[in-house]
Design a protein around this ligand. Structure first.
Ligand code: GAP
Length: 517
């Protein structure tokens, strides 16, 4: 155990995945996640299924802890928020009313030579990003004004043409823009493009056994609609008044076209969503409140404020009054982690229309009935997993020049909270370890490990993210104490066996974190 006594200030911490080396970063993270039982490619023995992943023994525990932390913060601590678990399948008219059948589309273009498929707007956005990079460089070098001006004008013209085409839904104009700009397939350089086509992202399936009947069901692309169609059920049975919310965690499915970013963009994923129903006219006030609350919740995980930023949408969806994203600095740059939207009364009003049923709240104060407006917060569980995991994964150089890989997961989220390590497999130490394991297992996720040297066992637990190791040694028999080793500082302290449950409870306490929110 001597080699472990290194003070925190002696550590030089470097990110295992420096932000610069993007492609390799995600690959490293994915292979690490697989090696340590967090995430496996789906049906890997058949070469996998693109953008679909399975969570292994540690992954499922990490995911479960994230869900619990969210659920406690949103439902358990708030008397005005109720939980819901709506079915994945919903009446097909739901998706007509929500606008997903008509408008949940990507605009795609294929390259005839390579058979590769791209989002047409992304190809143009990439072109604009290249112009922006040129503009930035020209500014840095204080290059001739005319060159800089030319670039800026060209960028603005391209952006204007793209926006006009998107607003008019003019797919031919979008294709013309791609060909006029000479945009080539980024892989092969070919410019042999097809027309731009619309592609709905929902997965369709059938309710009846008959294979030739037309698709009549969809796998839900968001959990939100379950809350809208159950609005009155929950409001009445929970005797809630406005404002109140419905929170839900569940699977969603999208036939993503560009899905090459590990668990960032998946075809089957989980969302944690809140629909908060408010009086008309009060939505913007609650929108601001939820923006702040949700950012506070993210910051409470302790990954560091530099990883987060807000991005307000300038172009709002047809149903939104206001919208912003909480973006996270993933290894490939800042990207959306959570969306916060003031959705007006769009969804409830449309469900009223399509179902021909009233979805209104009777306000005893004003003696009026109205369709509530909705503030939504929607975070992807898998994206949050990736955010936490990518920051936690670190390689450290120790004072003696050796390195260790450590997964510094927030303690409350770690799959295993403590590992119990009998120093040797004899002299009564395994029996003490088993007895401690029996005491702790009802309140904590603990593991017993008696294989290999103690140093190797510490490294194994560091690598998987276990915040504490409890070593049972020969002195334990005399003093009924054990060594508690901290994953992050590697400091060790001697503690009585009877104190261990309360010490762990103090140090791995969701309650303490939640109280700070
Ligand atoms: N009900 C609103 C809604 O679904 P969204 O912005 O489309 O809004 C919300 O999705 C969140 O769901 C995103 O911020 C993201 O975290 C997550 N998400 C969306 N598509 C995803 C995908 N293909 N894979 C993983 N997470 C996804």
């Amino acid at each position: 155990m001597g080699e472990e006594k290194i003070k925190p200030r002696q550590l030089r911490i470097s990110y295992f995945c420096p932000m610069t080396n993007q492609a390799a970063d995600l690959k490293d993270i994915a292979s690490y996640a697989k090696k340590y039982g967090y995430v496996f490619p789906s049906s890997e023995i058949y070469d996998g299924l693109s953008a679909v992943y399975d969570y292994g023994q540690n992954g499922v525990a990490l995911k479960d802890n994230i869900k619990r932390y969210w659920w406690k913060a949103m439902v358990q601590l708030n008397g005005d928020i109720e939980g819901l678990d709506a079915a994945i399948f919903m009446h097909p008219t739901t998706w007509k009313a929500s606008g997903h059948v008509d408008a949940f589309n990507e605009l795609l273009i294929d390259n005839r030579d390579t058979q590769r498929r791209y989002r047409a707007d992304w190809l143009i956005e990439n072109y604009i990003a290249e112009l922006n990079a040129k503009i930035g460089k020209a500014r840095d070098c204080e290059r001739a004004d005319t060159q800089l001006k030319g670039c800026i004008e060209q960028r603005d013209r391209v952006a204007e043409r793209m926006i006009a085409a998107l607003e008019k839904d003019d797919l031919e104009a979008l294709r013309r823009l791609i060909t006029d700009l000479g945009i080539a397939d980024p892989i092969s350089g070919s410019k042999n493009w097809t027309d731009v086509r619309r592609f709905n992202l929902m997965f369709a399936t059938q309710l009846s056994a008959s294979a030739d009947s037309s698709p009549d069901l969809y796998l839900r692309p968001e959990t939100a609609q379950g809350a809208f169609v159950n609005f009155l059920n929950v409001q009445k049975t929970a005797r809630q008044k406005l404002p109140f919310g419905i929170a839900q965690i569940g699977k969603a499915f999208r036939n993503e076209i560009v899905a090459r970013q590990f668990i960032f963009r998946m075809r089957e994923f989980e969302q944690m969503e809140l629909q908060y129903f408010v009086r008309p006219g009060e939505a913007l006030k609650y929108y601001e409140e939820w923006r702040e609350k949700r950012m506070r919740w993210h910051l409470s995980l302790g990954l560091g404020p530099a990883h987060y930023r807000f991005r307000d949408h300038d172009k709002l969806a047809h149903y939104a009054d206001a919208a912003s994203d909480i973006e996270f600095r993933f290894p490939f740059g800042f990207k959306e982690l959570e969306g916060i939207h003031a959705r007006t009364d769009f969804d409830l009003r449309n469900h009223q229309k399509y179902a021909n049923k009233k979805l209104q709240f009777f306000d005893p104060v004003s003696n009026q009935r109205h369709v509530p407006h909705v503030v939504e917060t929607s975070v992807g569980l898998d994206r949050l997993f990736l955010a936490v995991f990518s920051v936690a994964l670190q390689e450290e150089t120790l004072a003696d020049g050796s390195t260790r890989t450590v997964l510094r997961l927030p303690h409350i989220l770690a799959p295993i909270q403590a590992a119990i390590l009998p120093l040797v497999k004899k002299d009564g130490l395994p029996e003490i370890a088993r007895s401690l394991f029996g005491d702790l297992k009802y309140d904590f996720n603990v593991t017993l490990d008696d294989k290999d040297t103690i140093g190797r066992r510490y490294r194994r637990q560091d690598a998987v993210g276990t915040p504490y190791c409890i070593t049972i040694d020969h002195d334990t028999r005399q003093d009924q104490s054990a060594t508690l080793r901290n994953r992050d500082t590697m400091e060790q302290e001697r503690v009585p066996l009877t104190r261990i449950p309360s010490l762990l409870a103090e140090r791995i306490s969701m309650k303490a974190q939640l109280r700070k929110l």
